[in-house]
Design a protein around this ligand. Structure first.
Ligand SMILES: [Ca+2]
Ligand SMILES: [Ca+2]
Length: 177
């Protein structure tokens, strides 16, 4: 079945190449720490990527000296998104014996802080520092959409979760031409 939505075709990308980059996803204050911007490897052995997925920079959860289950949240709360279905895609890197979870939530701003979990990866997803995975997620339509990307700390230092190359665009992920 073919759906036609009254949505302006819009996309938001975040590659983290510039510190001043305008990104629809911003650091939340309603969490325990912020995502760190980085290039190359992270400061801990046996966790994190060796390089960005796109360009030179990426962001990651530096889990050293954090408390287990502490969260770093990226949120679109400050961005006015159209009431449309969206496709969210991004690169993620989850390497290390203490990797916990990377999770995506969506919902209406009026229901904050209680959003619906729409995607989750738990535990190590790769042992290769150079191999990033791709997440592709259909986001249902909400009148005041907010999307969050949440990285959680595991029980130890080898739990750095990295993301890069975020693209949030109107329409379904499998929309053909
Ligand atoms: Ca990048
Ligand atoms: Ca934060």
């Amino acid at each position: 079945m073919k759906h036609v939505y009254l949505c302006r075709s819009t996309s938001y990308s975040c590659g983290f190449e510039l510190n001043s980059e305008v990104c629809a996803f911003k650091q939340s204050a309603n969490d325990q720490f912020d995502w760190s911007r980085n290039s190359g490897d992270t400061s801990t052995l046996y966790t994190g990527p060796s390089a960005a997925a796109e360009g030179t920079y990426y962001i990651y959860t530096e889990v050293n000296s954090k408390v287990p289950l502490d969260k770093a949240i990226l949120t679109t709360e400050a961005t006015n998104l159209q009431a449309c279905p969206y496709c969210l895609s991004f690169k993620y890197h989850m390497r290390g014996s203490n990797i916990r979870t990377l999770e995506v939530f969506a919902g209406d701003k009026t229901s904050l802080p209680f959003l619906t979990s729409i995607w989750e990866k738990r535990g190590q997803q790769t042992t290769d520092p150079a191999k990033w995975d791709t997440g592709t997620i259909d986001i249902p339509q909400y009148s005041n959409l907010v999307v969050t990307i949440v990285g959680s700390c595991g029980f130890g230092p080898r739990g750095d979760i990295a993301i890069d190359d975020i693209l949030l665009k109107t329409g379904a992920c499998n929309a053909g031409e």
